[in-house]
Design a protein around this ligand. Sequence first.
Ligand code: GNR
Ligand code: NI
Length: 167
Amino acid sequence: MALLSILKYPDPRLHTVAEPVDEVDEATRCLVGDMAETMYAAPGIGLAATQVDVHKRVIVLDISESKDQLLVLINPEIVASSGQIECEEGCLSVPGIFEKVIRAEEIRVRALDRDGITFDFDASGLLSVCVQHEMDHLEGKVFVDYLSPLKQERIVKKLRKAERLAI
Ligand code: GNR
Ligand code: NI
């Protein structure tokens, strides 16, 4: 396994729309392993392939306290959704920024697992928010895109400054 580097907003590559995985093979499982290692090391509760500059529809998530409940979603779809939930979101590609975003409260998700088998599950609360946040990444969307232009501008300035100080 290997640690992958995470693209930082406003990197234009974060706006790439990911391609479906046509076969869940060894290369896909290798990507999943590297993404999981990268997510746990960050640490984060989710990671989309887009964030590591791989434009395939692959997501890893783990919202458990014990960090031993890895969820792998390949070619995920939201097949039903209801309600609204507002959650303060953060993103490994937008370090140090936390803003409220409104999402569907309950969703039904269909995806392929690590073995290429289709499965369905219902998600609510943080898991629902996290799945929607990760699926947005696969569409080239970052949570900052939901904020006002003024907030977006402030975030870009803050991240550019942090980047300068880090060099
Ligand atoms: O680690 C993460 N935490 C988080 C908190 C609230 C809502 C969404 C997230 S996802 C984020 C990891 C990440 O950037 N995934 O794309
Ligand atoms: Ni994110």
